[in-house]
Structures are given as structure tokens and as C-alpha cells.
Design a protein around this ligand. Structure first.
Ligand SMILES: *Cc1c(COP(=O)(O)O)cnc(C)c1O
Length: 371
């Protein structure tokens, strides 16, 4: 039986035609019309006016922090329960990540805790330069209170929507909150360019500046003139062609991942000790990954025992993100609570969730878990 992966790339079927068009046009570099079109199509989809396609989501995060003016010694608050790339970018600019705990309603940054602590930081003159709010596993954070608090205190908000393209919050698309947002088209995300990302947002000056920095910061002069240290962070025309084919298929992918989640819930939701990541009432989750917690004494098995069982059957599953405040790379960083994220990590499992997962394949996973 073939190995089952957590979230493998899936072709939409139109990639070859798009890439062939790009090759036939001869325009494979620099940048090109597919990059412009991919950006425009993403803006229309997410409902934001400006975009800069990048070589990765991490590059987009780095650019977002640079143009937001985050520099050495600044504090940047972010969720502790996320992929390391979120906080790595904070360190690229020499800033200090401050990690905020999750809530159980969405597994994202606890909005009550965040609002309270930001108000305290305002009183003690220790406000962060920026906040990076993460939309985890295809679900938006509770953005209204977080956006309002950042506005009230004049703190820049960056939305890390790498895992949440296609999700909504109170009817608005993930990626349309905050002054800037980032998306990822890494191979395991809901759409992929094989590797890529995008910085999007409502501030033209910042997105223009990001595009400038991402193209080696070349000034418009005949000779090579550079006033800033630049980066080589842009997406290629060929990969943008792949991204356009994938983006056109996004709705089907969301439907497929939601159906997979629904099927897992029906099969496993009533097992003792099992609890799936809730879908908060404020939005629609894509369930990029289906995640659940397994409480050991009641469930009769630990998270790791289930992972071992799946691995033995050639099924890839993973623990929930290890909170960043527990990572050696971020040892010593300030953490605002963290116990909820620690518990979600201790008991949390991510199940195969790719949009190409067939019902018979999913049944293999389910049978293995029921044991
Ligand atoms: C995937 C991911 C990123 C990084 O995106 P890349 O395109 O892999 O660089 C950033 N943040 C989160 C939350 C992610 O899941």
C-alpha cells in the first residue's frame, strides 16, 4: 500500500498548460506577466489592494517586518503555538519575539490575554513595535479584538496567514486583516508553487518598499545604485504560472479538506478522550490540517503511541506544533503564559489531510487509530 502523507502537494491539472504558456512566451525571467497576474488574482481573492510575490512565506514575513520598521532590540509579539518560521523572521531583523499563549476556542493567540497584556504594556511603556498574529491550521485567530487593540495602541499588525488561505473571519478572507499579511505556497500548504509566498496588504507604500527590497534594492539608475541592503526574494514567472493554476482550484481544495475533517470527526469524535480542534463560531476554517487532542488515561493511548502505530503502517502524522517558547532556538524569550499551548502540544496530533486523500485511504488512517 502506498505511503500516506500529512499534506502532500496536489496538482490542479492546469499547471502544465500555464507553465507551457510561460515557456513558449520565452519570458522566464526576470519576473514576468504570470507574477503580475498571480498577484492581481490573489488580491481579488483575498480582498486586498497590494501584493508582492516572494520566494517563500518566510521571505514575505522578513520583508513585512523590515517595511514595518522593526529593528534590532524591538519587541514583536506573536503566538507561541506556530511554526518556527514566524519567529525566525522576527530574529532576522534582530528583534525579540515575545510569545503569547493560545486559547482553547481556536488554538490561536488568546484574544483576552492579548488585549489585557497589551494594555499593561501601554501603561508601562513597553509596547511591541509589531504583532504577528498567526491563523493556525486553517483557522483565523479571533481577529476583531486583536485588530482593535493594536489600533488603539498604534501597534502594527501583521497577519501570518500561511496556513489559512481560503479561511474566513466574520465573512472576510484570512489575509485581509492587519496592515500586512503573508501567505505561503510551500509544498505542504493548501496551494503550492513548489515553493513561494506572498506579502499582501492595504499599505501601498509598504508593499512598494517590500518589492524594492526584494529585488536587490536596485535604484532606478543606469549604473548599479543601492541605497539599501537588498534581498533576492522574488518569485519566478514559471512558479507564478503554477500558482495561478493552483489558486483557481482553491475552493475545491477547501471543500475537500473540510470533508476530510468531517469524516474524521464522524469516525473518531465519539472515542473517549478524543477532542478535535474546534471550529470557532466567528469563521470558516479550511482545516488545512485536521488536528485533535488525545487525553491519555481516557483515550487509552498516548499521542506518541498513536503516532508510532500510524508510522508502522506507513502513515505520516505529526504532533501539533511544539510551542516556540519551548524551543532551544528561542530560549530566554519572554512568554505570556503558555500552558494551553503546552497542553495542546502534549496531546495534539495532526492527521493526513491533503485534498487528494481518497476515502479508502482515509479509512486506512481511521482503522489504524481505532486500533
Ligand atoms: C509554512 C509557514 C510559514 C513559512 O512559509 P514558507 O513558505 O515555508 O517559508 C510561516 N508561518 C507559518 C505559520 C507557516 O505554517
Amino acid at each position: 500500500m502506498p505511503r500516506l502523507y500529512l499534506s502532500p502537494p496536489e496538482l490542479a491539472g492546469t499547471e502544465l498548460a500555464m507553465v507551457t504558456e510561460a515557456l513558449a512566451s520565452g519570458w522566464i525571467a526576470p519576473l514576468g506577466p504570470h507574477v503580475d497576474a498571480f498577484e492581481a488574482e490573489m488580491c481579488a481573492r483575498v480582498g486586498v489592494p497590494y501584493a508582492c510575490a516572494t520566494a517563500s512565506g518566510t521571505a514575505a514575513l522578513h520583508l513585512a517586518l523590515l517595511v514595518a520598521g522593526v529593528t534590532a532590540g524591538d519587541d514583536v509579539w506573536t503566538s507561541t503555538l506556530t511554526f518556527a518560521a514566524t519567529a525566525n523572521a522576527i530574529r532576522y531583523v534582530g528583534a525579540r519575539p515575545v510569545f503569547v499563549d493560545s486559547d482553547r476556542a481556536s488554538w490561536n493567540m488568546d484574544p483576552g490575554l492579548f488585549v489585557e497584556e497589551l494594555a499593561r504594556a501601554a501603561r508601562t511603556n513597553t509596547l511591541p513595535k509589531a504583532v504577528v498574529v498567526v491563523d493556525l491550521y486553517g483557522q483565523c485567530a479571533d481577529l476583531d479584538p486583536i485588530v482593535a487593540a493594536c489600533r488603539a495602541h498604534g501597534v502594527t499588525l501583521i497577519e501570518d496567514a500561511a496556513e489559512a488561505l481560503g479561511a474566513t473571519y466574520r465573512g472576510r478572507p484570512a489575509g485581509s486583516f492587519g496592515e500586512l499579511a503573508i501567505l505561503s505556497f510551500n509544498g505542504n500548504k493548501i496551494i503550492t508553487t513548489s515553493g513561494g509566498g506572498m506579502l499582501i496588504g492595504s499599505r501601498k507604500d509598504w508593499v512598494d518598499r517590500a518589492r524594492h527590497l526584494a529585488t536587490q534594492a536596485r535604484e532606478p539608475a543606469r549604473h548599479y545604485e543601492h541605497k539599501d541592503v537588498g534581498y533576492n526574494y522574488r518569485l519566478s514567472n514559471l512558479l507564478a504560472a503554477v500558482g495561478r493554476a493552483q489558486l483557481a482550484d482553491l475552493d475545491r481544495r477547501v471543500t475537500a479538506r473540510r470533508a476530510i475533517n468531517e469524516r474524521y470527526r464522524r469516525a473518531l469524535g465519539a472515542l473517549p478522550g478524543w477532542s478535535f480542534m474546534p471550529e470557532a463560531a466567528f469563521g470558516t476554517c479550511t482545516f488545512w490540517l485536521t488536528c485533535a487532542t488525545i487525553t491519555p488515561p481516557i483515550a487509552g493511548a498516548t499521542r506518541d503511541a498513536l503516532l508510532d502505530r500510524l508510522a508502522a503502517l506507513d502513515i505520516e502524522a505529526r504532533p501539533v506544533w511544539n510551542p516556540l517558547h519551548l524551543q532551544p532556538a528561542f530560549a530566554g524569550a519572554r512568554t505570556i503564559r503558555g500552558q494551553v499551548a503546552e497542553a495542546l502540544f502534549r496531546d495534539g496530533i495532526c492527521l493526513p489531510s491533503g485534498s487528494s486523500l481518497a476515502p479508502a485511504e482515509q479509512d486506512r488512517v481511521i482503522a489504524a487509530l481505532i486500533g
